[in-house]
Design a protein around this ligand. Structure first.
Ligand SMILES: Nc1ncnc2c1ncn2[C@@H]1O[C@H](COP(=O)(O)OP(=O)(O)OP(=O)(O)O)[C@@H](O)[C@H]1O
Length: 321
């Protein structure tokens, strides 16, 4: 491949670094490779390995999405040992430009580029494509972002919407709040609506009922719920989906996201059929007088595994980022 025509894009999570090349003027990721972060001392080594693997000596510029808060030019990854200085890395590789953006912002920017084949309709009507979109993703945490339409594209919103207060709506949820408050002090929705959160919710339900909680990983809870081998796991996952519906509905009301709600991340595709049959939909639309508005808003699960790379590619040419 001829280096001059390519830019490097990446989506660096706590566990994996996903890299790809994009041609100038395109947002189609090519030569996608996934490298485990723990195998590399730092970002530079991972980039060098990737470029060697795909047989490209150098690229013109780069955009990386990182799971880390961004302030200034020093980047400290939240869930792995990588640290780097943006300008220093740019100089080492001789890139003309090096953008570093938040990983969930990249997820949001990728959403308009996801093909219809990778969007599973959950509920809702046609919506209004000219209005904002809400992007939410339960995964390691609960990512929340928005996309606001402008004349020729989208402005992504960088938010911390996963950290809003958990608001119980019935007696069981009051008990869940009481138990989680005893563990964590303050209880945000992220304490429930992510992988670890599902485990927290399962343990809380077991304690409320006075029964054992033998499952010790979120994947075990979803597997036991899906194959109906554990009644408690099934009820907890139903409750998880219901609370996700209510929380997504709250964020949709706040953002005015008639353009649609897009549920991203690696978690939901792991139990998609269960999710589609869950109380998510009813919880999403049950907003009193706003019900017709909610029923008009389309909700999708995004099954594209490389949405973040699409977003990093979009960010290369998006002057709003
Ligand atoms: N099928 C599943 N059932 C339950 N929990 C799951 C399932 N698949 C993934 N998870 C949970 O989701 C979280 C990982 O989320 P996700 O796959 O979106 O990764 P991520 O947050 O993007 O991180 P990274 O970018 O480092 O891969 C973990 O807490 C994991 O336990």
């Amino acid at each position: 491949m001829t280096a001059e025509h390519y830019s490097l894009v990446g989506d660096i999570g706590g566990t994996n670094a996903r890299f790809a090349l994009v041609k100038q003027g395109s947002i189609e990721p090519e030569a996608i490779e996934v490298l485990p972060c723990r195998d590399y001392e730092n970002l530079d080594q991972a980039v060098v390995t990737y470029l060697e693997r795909v047989g490209v000596a150098s690229v013109r510029q780069a955009c990386l999405a990182v799971a880390s808060p961004l302030r200034g030019t020093r980047v400290t990854m939240t869930n792995n040992h990588w640290r780097f200085d943006i300008e220093a890395v740019r100089q080492v590789f001789g890139w003309s430009a090096f953008k570093v953006i938040n990983d969930f912002t990249a997820m949001a920017l990728g959403v308009p580029h996801v093909s219809d084949a990778n969007l599973v309709h959950v509920c809702g009507g046609p919506g209004d494509p000219g209005r904002p979109k809400l992007v939410m993703g339960p995964g390691t945490g609960l990512g929340v972002s928005g996309l606001v339409p402008i004349r020729n594209g989208w402005v992504p919103l960088v938010t911390e919407g996963g950290h809003v207060d958990f608001a119980p709506t019935d007696d069981t949820e009051m008990d869940v709040l009481r138990l989680l408050r005893a563990r964590f002090g303050r209880v945000s929705v992220e304490r429930i609506l992510c992988g670890q959160g599902l485990l927290n919710l399962y343990q809380a339900h077991a304690e409320i009922r006075g029964v054992a909680a033998p499952l010790d990983a979120p994947e075990k809870i979803t597997a036991a719920a899906v194959d109906a081998s554990d009644a408690l796991a099934g009820e907890v996952l139903q409750h998880f989906c219901e609370m996700l519906g209510r929380t997504a509905g709250n964020s949709a009301l706040t953002l005015g996201s008639l353009g649609g709600v897009y549920l991203c991340g690696g978690m939901l595709p792991g139990f998609l059929d269960f999710f589609l049959g869950s109380p998510f939909r009813e919880a999403f639309v049950a907003k009193g007088r706003m019900r017709p508005l909610m029923e008009f808003t389309p909700v999708y699960v995004v099954t594209e595994p490389y949405t973040g790379l699409l977003g990093a590619a979009e960010a290369l040419g998006n002057s709003e980022v």
